[in-house]
Design a protein around this ligand. Structure first.
Ligand SMILES: CC/C=C\CC(=O)SCCNC(=O)CCNC(=O)[C@H](O)C(C)(C)COP(=O)(O)OP(=O)(O)OC[C@H]1O[C@@H](n2cnc3c(N)ncnc32)[C@H](O)[C@@H]1OP(=O)(O)O
Length: 715
């Protein structure tokens, strides 16, 4: 809806009303058409201000409407009629002007923004392009290079940057609507021809071909198979080379292809999935909206290795006072130096002062007596962590929340060391912790809803996308990842090479293949865990362990000191230890040949399709088991974890969405096929939830929660 009123005698005020973000639903578009007509017909009105209610201008097109058939007035003619209006139209931008919201503002003759407003054309992140004239007007207004940057990345700019770029005409710290009305009064009656952006010639670019070739190359590289960024470049090229009306035709043509694409569906699903995970629920019935977080004024991090440092920096950057504790004096001093540098670099990037004074450093655990929440980030060793939890339980004031940063250890075992197990949760950060967006908040059987709510809220404050998950080995992310890496090793045994497997994975859209990733994180980490579990036994190369297929390849490499990048050798060869450029290693190929010969394995040709199915489908199958076990509340949780923590290509939605796109029947059939071929790999056996979904006709991913709920209620 849009509301119309007249203020200051001669200014028509149009207010968009569609909480929470005033998205341009059919009703809002109709409201705009009607109120603009009213304002233009009102002889008392000399100029018009368009604003949004409740401090938000407009969050763009209503994404929920994209799945339905189009109704209501279309955006393009609506914006065109605003631009053609004979009275000055002024956009009063507070909060956000995004996508169609900014396109609406670009149709206005003037734009006044509040200093805290954010503007952008984020359509590319939804698999689309700014197709309500944005791709044609923005380059005409701010030039081709700046428009390319904004449109291909979808990044939001601050009001200050928008002013500098020329997107807005004025920035105010005061009431935006008042400033816009004052401005509207000052421009009433002035000629408007020079204010209609669609009539501007596109600013000339010297060597246009070179610019577009360069941008296209960069976009192709970073897009990793996503089609929208490429269409965005093509649309801006049309703005730079064609008259406005022909450019609009090209924009429409490109949008038509994107709009119905699977990638757009995946990205839009992911947009809503990110929001859905904030509405967490536990199997006990506890939920985000019925659980009140405890206040957290002061936080502690114990253990200043790589993870602890990143966590403490992220906390300080979120404005929280942090006490850090590291028992080893030398490590403490080194951490202080490194963390100060991290804070300075981050502050420089963000143009703020480094929050150095937020962090205090200590080697004495007694200094944690008055904190509200502790994040333990010591070495990933259960006995050590248990000892720390025992100490924390004695030192911290009653009611302190005790969190463990672990990538998969049993949170409940740690809780059992404390007086208040209900105040213990896992907070699984991803390295580097001050950069990576994902946080798994792990609740054990005794964690209270309040503890979960507090950790989720803290994650949000730190700018993380937090997902609440149940307690099991590896939680969600690493539990699934284990099967992916194991299958990749099996493929090597059967005839593949690390290069072949990684190429297939990277072409699928992961930033890094499984073996390159393993070299980066260090092969020794998994080796230590397997040794602890008595799975890896030095000198042994048996391929069946604990009654199932096992690949000792990783262990054998570790026995040779090949830990990956840090030792200059791993699945690949590096020019020197610490180098990042992976080279195919003839030694490794020879080693694989010898290994196969020793075990009587005959190498066969393995194609890309099989690599993807073998690596991804077992993960997906485990995802179904995770849903069935109630470890994740819905497929959205798994997909968000994989997109933000493991590099799953966002334009493929996440593993569970991908499965629904491929077709559950096909996933089931391939798993059955691979299980038959490898009966010694029990996890290839299709999960009963997958079978159930196929049996009821493979409902869309948005309906799976209902099926799972019914399944649980039957148990
Ligand atoms: C011809 C095509 C023309 C134009 C194409 C487009 O315009 S595509 C849409 C482009 N716009 C965007 O991508 C903006 C998306 N929204 C956001 O980035 C944020 O929501 C925003 C506006 C910055 C506000 O952030 P905040 O953190 O305050 O709120 P939150 O993200 O949690 O959103 C609140 C609820 O609003 C829903 N929502 C947000 N934007 C839209 C939208 N464009 N369409 C529909 N719904 C939207 C969001 O899902 C939340 O819903 P809830 O049920 O409360 O979870």
């Amino acid at each position: 809806m849009a509301q119309y009123s007249r203020i200051s005698g001669s200014v028509g005020l149009i207010t968009l009303k569609n909480p929470p973000v005033n998205a341009l639903s059919a009703a809002v578009r109709q409201g705009i058409v009607d109120t603009v007509e009213k304002a233009l017909c009102d002889p008392q009105v000399k100029s018009v201000v368009i604003c949004g209610q409740d401090g938000v201008f407009c969050g763009g097109a209503d994404v929920k409407e994209f799945e339905k058939s189009m109704s209501g007035p279309p955006l393009i003619p609506m914006i065109h009629s605003i631009e053609c209006a004979t009275k000055p139209m002024v956009a009063a931008i507070e909060g956000s002007a995004l996508g169609g919201g900014l396109e609406l503002a670009l149709g206005c003759h003037y734009r006044i923004a509040h200093s805290k407003a954010r503007l952008g054309l984020p359509e590319v992140t939804l698999g689309l392009l700014p197709a309500a004239g944005g791709s044609q007007r923005l380059p005409r207004l701010i030039g081709v290079p700046a428009a390319l940057d904004l449109i291909t990345t979808g990044r939001h700019v601050t009001a200050a940057e928008a002013l500098q770029l020329g997107i807005v005409d004025q920035v105010t710290d005061h009431k935006t609507v008042d400033a816009a009305v004052k401005f509207a009064l000052s421009v009433a009656g002035k000629p408007l021809d020079a204010r209609r952006i669609s009539t501007y010639p596109c600013p000339v670019v010297t060597d246009l071909d070179a610019l577009f070739e360069d941008v296209m190359q960069k976009v192709r590289q970073s897009a990793r198979g996503a089609i929208a960024p490429i269409a965005c470049v093509q649309a801006v090229r049309a703005a730079a080379t064609l008259p406005y009306t022909r450019g609009m035709e090209r924009e429409k043509e490109l949008m038509a292809t994107l709009f119905t694409s699977g990638q757009a569906r995946a990205l839009q699903y992911n947009f809503f999935a990110q929001r859905a995970v904030g509405k967490w629920r536990m199997p006990s019935g506890a939920r985000w909206d019925t659980s009140t977080p405890r206040p957290v004024h002061k936080v502690a991090v114990i253990g200043l290795g790589t993870m602890g440092r990143g966590i403490a920096v992220a906390l300080a950057q979120a404005g929280l006072p942090v006490v850090t504790v590291e028992a080893q004096e030398k490590q403490l001093m080194e951490a202080k130096r490194v963390m100060s540098d991290m804070l300075k670099r981050g502050a420089k990037r963000r143009g703020v002062a480094p929050p150095l004074d937020k962090i205090s450093y200590s080697s004495n655990i007694q200094d944690l007596a008055d904190v509200d929440l502790v994040i333990e980030a010591v070495f990933e060793d259960m006995d050590l962590k248990k000892k720390v939890f025992l100490q924390l339980s004695a030192v911290c004031k009653p009611g302190t929340l005790l969190c463990t940063n672990t990538s998969g250890l049993d949170v409940d075992q740690l809780a059992s060391q404390t007086r208040n197990p209900e105040l213990v949760v896992g907070m699984h950060f991803f390295a580097p912790a001050h950069v990576m967006k994902l946080l798994e908040v792990v609740y054990g059987p005794r964690s209270s809803p309040q503890a979960v709510a507090t950790a989720m809220q803290l994650g949000k404050k730190m700018g993380k996308i937090s997902v609440a998950v149940g307690n099991c080995r590896g939680f969600v992310g690493n539990r699934m990842l284990k099967l992916y890496t194991e299958q990749a090793s099996f493929l090597l045994e059967e005839g593949a090479t690390p290069d072949l497997v990684d190429r297939a994975i990277e072409e699928f859209g992961f930033p890094m293949g499984v073996f390159r990733m393993s070299d980066l994180s260090g092969l020794d980490i998994g080796w230590r865990v397997r040794k602890e579990m008595k799975l890896a036994v030095p000198g042994q190369s048996a391929r069946i362990r604990e009654g199932r297929r096992y690949s000792p390849l990783g262990d054998l490499l570790c026995e040779q000191g090949r830990f990956g990048q840090k030792t200059g050798r791993g699945w690949y060869r590096y020019n020197k230890p610490g180098d990042r450029v992976a080279h195919s290693d003839p030694w490794l190929h020879h080693f694989l040949e010898e290994y196969r010969a020793q075990h009587g394995l005959v190498a066969r040709r393995i194609d890309q399709q099989e690599i993807l199915e073998r690596c991804l489908y077992p993960m997906i199958n485990e995802g179904f088991r995770i849903l069935q076990d109630g470890i994740a509340a819905g497929p959205e949780d798994i997909d968000v974890i994989y997109v933000f923590g493991y590099g799953w290509p966002r334009h493929c939605g996440g593993p569970m969405f991908y499965a629904s796109m491929v077709g559950l029947e096909k996933v089931l059939e391939r798993l059955e096929h691979y299980y038959q071929a490898h009966p010694d790999v029990p996890y290839l056996q299709p999960c009963s939830l997958l079978r159930r979904l196929v049996a009821i006709g493979s409902p869309p991913v948005q309906k799976w929660r209902e099926v799972i709920k019914n399944l649980h209620s039957q148990l």
